[in-house]
Design a protein around this ligand. Structure first.
Ligand SMILES: C[S@@+](CC[C@H](N)C(=O)[O-])C[C@H]1O[C@@H](n2cnc3c(N)ncnc32)[C@H](O)[C@@H]1O
Length: 225
């Protein structure tokens, strides 16, 4: 399973698949943007795992004077993202979020945003490394806000989440395509419970992570450094 290669191959149809595969995709990202409250006039904002910059653009429409950095390890996703962000001050950074060296060109920022990317990092140690890298680019007092899918707290909750995921896929895909997607997601995604996500942030030096919004197995949470 080469996740980077998969995103490179599928970049051109990501606009479609993101909505067909990720439950409540637009509702979540719009709620995300509604919950951003930046006081600074010209903030510096980093989108981690920005992909094709669907979230970045939504945030840019709210804060058109902001300076944006977008980091992603898929050059094809970033290429589309750069085109989408052409009317804004946007700098793409091609880097794995686990790689401190290539992340090094990113300055300290006022706000870090992220949607549906960190779950692609496998293993708690690697995830901690990624979260540490990300938070090292946040200024003291800055906000980190993220939206992602959650792992169930127990088997019963996970069974419910699996059914919700399947029903969401069946809205767009045939039964065979849905089953193929479920297999792919099981390989690509390593979801965490909300508590584990909070622990990763606290270990990286963040304070009192809070749940902002939750629907089915999707959540938005935030913290400050
Ligand atoms: C599901 S897409 C989300 C894209 C975008 N944030 C959105 O909401 O549409 C996940 C993105 O994370 C990127 N990604 C996954 N693992 C990564 C890693 N370790 N380092 C950098 N980018 C990564 C992928 O290339 C892909 O663009």
């Amino acid at each position: 399973m080469n996740i980077k290669q998969n995103y490179n191959n599928e970049a051109k149809i990501y606009e479609f698949t993101s909505r067909a595969v990720i439950i409540h995709f637009d509702e979540a990202l719009d709620t995300f943007v509604d919950n951003l409250k930046i006081k600074k006039k010209n903030p510096i904002i980093l989108d981690v795992c920005c992909g094709t910059c669907i979230l970045t653009e939504k945030v840019a429409k709210k804060y058109p004077k902001a300076k944006f950095y977008g980091v992603d390890f898929s050059s094809e996703m970033l290429k589309i993202g750069q085109e989408r962000m052409k009317d804004y001050d946007f700098t793409p950074i091609l880097s794995d979020i686990c790689d401190k060296k290539t992340m090094g060109s990113i300055p300290t920022v006022d706000l870090i945003i992220s949607s549906f990317g960190i779950h692609n990092v496998h293993g708690l140690d690697q995830k901690q490394l990624a979260v540490n890298n990300i938070i090292s680019h946040l200024k003291n007092g800055g906000q980190f806000i993220t939206c992602d899918m959650l792992k169930g707290k127990n088997k019963t909750e996970q069974k419910l989440f699996d059914k919700l995921q399947k029903d969401w896929l069946l809205k767009t895909y045939s039964v065979k395509e849905t089953n193929d997607w479920i297999k792919l997601l099981a390989d690509e995604d390593e979801l965490e419970t909300l508590n584990n996500n909070f622990a990763l942030l606290k270990n990286a030096g963040c304070q009192s992570p809070q749940l902002v919004w939750n629907k089915d197995f999707l959540a938005i949470w935030t913290t400050t450094k």
